[in-house]
Design a protein around this ligand. Structure first.
Ligand SMILES: CCCCCCC/C=C/C(=O)SCCNC(=O)CCNC(=O)[C@H](O)C(C)(C)COP(=O)(O)OP(=O)(O)OC[C@H]1O[C@@H](n2cnc3c(N)ncnc32)[C@H](O)[C@@H]1OP(=O)(O)O
Ligand SMILES: NC(=O)C1=CN([C@@H]2O[C@H](COP(=O)(O)OP(=O)(O)OC[C@H]3O[C@@H](n4cnc5c(N)ncnc54)[C@H](OP(=O)(O)O)[C@@H]3O)[C@@H](O)[C@H]2O)C=CC1
Length: 273
């Protein structure tokens, strides 16, 4: 990945201690970027830092800053810690999330708040803090938010997350216009079902639930977090320099895969098969 334009740049990755966030942090580290990982669990963040150091062959390329993105003061302190350590910022990945499956009418106000505060409010606080830093630097930069396709098609069982991800998409499109004059691009990536411990526990905790999810994916497999990281680095980096306010779906065809007659078959073809 040398020559990709990431060398010497600094990115904050929220939820960088696990799953997709860790994969993005590792990919940035492998591309010679400096990476600041934020999340609530220090040990998970330190593991990511150790993996980046190991890949680099030396320490110092990554920093763990325990942060709850629901706390705007903590988010401001995260940006200060990142710039104190690396001198400047170049971008942000809003990846932190919380989720659970429950019927919408049964979710308590606190349950609604828990998810919306992490996903929507946290993404706003982080975007605001990083964009202010970029404005102060006068350098421009790039913000990527990890959403989900149910931001536009909805999803029974996760109304809090679907509503919050839709909010992040609207935030991205709005701020893409507001911040374009500052050279700041904002985009989203929408992964389909991706093999992570967090999503597995929250969304497909049983073999039956897992099989049900898999049956919705035309590609007939879960994504590897590294595949989401590849798309994410494209959106974050200079090869996407004229791309802003967009969302790239990386879902094995899942959200397009609604069908009446079966995949790849017309009724006539099915008759022959
Ligand atoms: C099916 C295919 C879809 C494919 C696309 C999927 C797209 C999206 C995927 C993801 O987002 S994966 C990310 C998954 N990762 C996580 O969720 C990890 C982080 N999760 C958490 O931190 C928790 O799950 C949390 C609940 C979101 C937040 O934790 P916190 O410690 O802040 O809150 P709690 O005190 O535990 O609970 C707050 C509140 O929420 C209620 N609640 C929690 N779980 C459930 C549940 N399973 N059912 C109903 N309610 C729940 C809990 O009871 C609390 O409310 P009150 O009791 O106080 O009213
Ligand atoms: N896996 C999938 O199938 C899909 C995932 N996504 C999205 O991808 C992203 C990553 O999910 P995934 O890797 O699967 O799941 P994980 O559970 O591994 O990732 C969620 C991360 O968010 C962090 N986090 C949660 N709450 C907070 C908080 N209040 N402050 C800071 N960090 C927090 C968690 O760390 P900690 O608990 O230590 O704070 C964790 O590292 C999410 O945005 C998710 O919605 C989208 C579509 C599909």
């Amino acid at each position: 990945m040398n020559g990709s334009g990431f060398a010497g740049r600094t990115y904050v990755v929220t939820g960088g201690g696990s799953g997709i966030g860790r994969a993005i942090a590792l990919a940035l580290g492998a591309a010679d970027a400096r990476v600041v990982v934020a999340g609530r669990t220090p040990q998970k963040l330190e593991e990511t830092v150790a993996l980046i150091d190991q890949e680099a062959g030396h320490a110092g390329r990554a920093l763990a800053v325990p942060t709850d993105v629901r706390d705007p003061a903590a988010v401001d302190a995260l940006v200060t810690a990142a710039t104190d350590r690396f001198g400047r910022l170049d971008g942000l990945v809003n990846n932190a999330a919380g989720n659970f499956v429950a019927p919408g009418i049964d979710i308590s106000p606190n349950g609604w708040r828990a998810v919306v505060d992490i996903v929507l409010n946290g993404s706003y606080y982080c975007t605001r803090a990083v964009a202010r830093q970029l404005r102060e630097q006068g350098t421009g930069g790039s913000v990527l938010s990890v959403i989900a396709t149910y931001a536009w098609h909805g999803h029974p069982g996760t109304v809090h997350s679907a509503a919050a991800k839709a909010g992040v998409l609207a935030m991205t499109r709005t701020l893409a216009v507001e911040l374009a004059p500052l050279g700041i691009r904002l985009n989203c990536v929408a992964p389909g079902p991706t093999e992570t411990a967090g999503a597995g526990a929250a969304l497909w905790a049983t073999d039956e639930a897992r099989a049900e999810v898999l049956a919705t994916v035309p590609a007939a497999r879960f994504a590897d977090p590294a595949e989401i990281a590849d798309a994410s680095l494209f959106l974050l980096g200079d090869r996407a320099s004229y791309l802003t306010g967009e969302c790239l779906t990386v879902d094995g065809g899942q959200w397009l895969g609604k069908q009446v007659y079966g995949r790849g078959a017309t009724p006539a073809a099915r008759g022959r098969g």
